[in-house]
Ligand binder design. Structure first.
Ligand SMILES: NC(=O)c1ccc[n+]([C@@H]2O[C@H](COP(=O)([O-])OP(=O)(O)OC[C@H]3O[C@@H](n4cnc5c(N)ncnc54)[C@H](OP(=O)(O)O)[C@@H]3O)[C@@H](O)[C@H]2O)c1
Length: 305
């Protein structure tokens, strides 16, 4: 079974995605092909790439070499053109590097369009869907703050279907204004850095013991090796959020794929993780979301009793 999430344009996006923008793959063709093949053969159903990662050609190569048809895999890419004038050429470059139309094309961050030109940029991107250049591709954004979303929504003929952000329990308080706009307009959240609480926070913080307890329960009940990272990814997709994770290690890639068949968390477990996460603020990727969108006044960790 592939877990999917419905987008506002009617498409079903795979809820678990494998990215080739981190973990030593970013900017490197050969490992992105090698691990892309490993991920696809293990059963990954979606690849997240970007112009910035220089792994779009590797994404197409991995598909070909794995012998998997493009139609069976969801591919998201992200573009970078700064000026409205350069946008069309930039989109053509994405199509040429991938070798196919992406299922979803994102504006990589709100600083990609020239200052004050996000709305104009969006209109021109929509034009490329309407004139057939990007027909069939969904359009979305990434790292968009409330003010960026409002600007696009004020002109949108085609609403962005998704906003890809650093998302996990320790940024929920900060993201709430973004999440409120997205709920109102049916914009799906895509979580990058979803494993940040476990991998990058110095203690793992208040959710770690909860994730470990649930991992033990699920391992016992399913007979599978379910770790805390799997529980955090399962929490993400149970929140209705697309989890964009990655791994270059086959056992971890297999755990990502295994989440497709795990039972959902209970409502109480989902809430327990969320409530504990909202008590702290910890972000790993700082470069886009915090400018003119201040962090909440929360500690990075709780005092251990
Ligand atoms: N839009 C944006 O601006 C933006 C920014 C950042 C990232 N992204 C996208 O999101 C993707 C993922 O980002 P991320 O690396 O920050 O995601 P993440 O899910 O927080 O971290 C991925 C790391 O988790 C490790 N991992 C995976 N499964 C594990 C497990 N079961 N136990 C322990 N460790 C495990 C992997 O290391 P091993 O290889 O050791 O398993 C991998 O390096 C990127 O590749 C990119 O496509 C987008």
């Amino acid at each position: 079974m592939t877990r999917t999430i419905k987008l506002s344009d009617g498409k079903a996006i795979p809820a678990l995605q494998w990215g080739n923008g981190t973990g030593g793959l970013n900017g490197k063709h050969d490992p992105a092909v090698e691990y892309g093949i490993t991920a696809l053969k293990a059963g990954v159903k979606a690849i997240d790439t970007a112009e910035m990662y220089k792994t779009e050609i590797a994404t197409g190569d991995a598909l070909k070499q794995a012998g998997i048809k493009k139609d069976d895999i969801w591919v998201t890419s992200k573009g970078l053109s700064a000026t409205p004038e350069a946008l069309k050429a930039n989109v053509q470059d994405r199509l040429q590097k991938l070798g196919f139309k992406p299922d979803l094309l994102l504006i990589h961050n709100p600083f990609v369009p020239e200052t004050g030109k996000i709305a104009k940029f969006w209109t021109l991107l929509e034009d490329l869907v309407l004139d057939g250049t990007l027909e069939g591709a969904s359009l979305g954004v990434s790292n968009f703050r409330p003010q960026d979303l409002e600007e696009v929504l004020s002109v949108a003929r085609i609403k962005p279907v998704a906003n890809q952000l650093e998302y996990h329990p320790y940024v929920l308080e900060h993201l709430q204004p973004v999440l409120d706009i997205q709920e109102k307009h049916g914009i799906v959240t895509e979580a990058y850095g979803p494993l940040t609480p476990l991998l990058r926070h110095k203690t793992g913080g208040p959710i770690k013991p909860i994730l470990e307890r649930i991992a033990q329960r699920l391992s016992k009940e399913t007979g599978k090796n379910v770790d805390a990272a799997s529980v955090l990814l399962l929490w993400t997709v149970n929140k209705g959020v697309v989890a964009v994770t990655t791994s270059t290690k086959l056992p971890n890639i297999e755990k990502i794929v295994q989440i497709e068949d795990l039972p959902d968390l209970s409502k109480e477990e989902i809430k327990e993780i969320e409530d504990a996460g909202r008590k702290v603020h910890f972000r790993h990727y700082d470069e886009h979301m915090t400018k003119d969108f201040p962090n909440p006044n929360l500690p990075e960790d709780l005092q251990m009793e």
